[in-house]
Write a protein that binds this ligand. Structure first.
Ligand SMILES: [Zn+2]
Length: 74
């Protein structure tokens, strides 16, 4: 099953998986990457052992400030 990557929060563009090979043991590595037209730079996760791990990092999003305040206030 292919993992889904969220769209870029800055430009709304599509992110893709990039597969590589680990220098140490030759195992496959996976990262999520995107060239952002708004930031004019490449955004990329670190390399992980599976698409699932790379996707879980890429798909993390900060909570909006208003919702964070609700959480931290007694
Ligand atoms: Zn972008």
């Amino acid at each position: 099953m292919t993992e889904k990557l969220k769209h870029c929060p800055f430009c709304g563009g599509v992110a893709v998986f990039d597969q590589g090979i680990a220098a140490g043991n030759g195992s496959a590595t996976f990262s999520a990457t995107h060239y952002c037209v708004t930031l004019q730079t490449r955004i990329q996760t670190r390399n992980y052992g599976s698409e699932k791990d790379a996707a879980s990092i890429w798909n993390r999003r900060m909570e909006p400030v208003s919702r964070r305040e609700e959480v931290t206030q007694p």
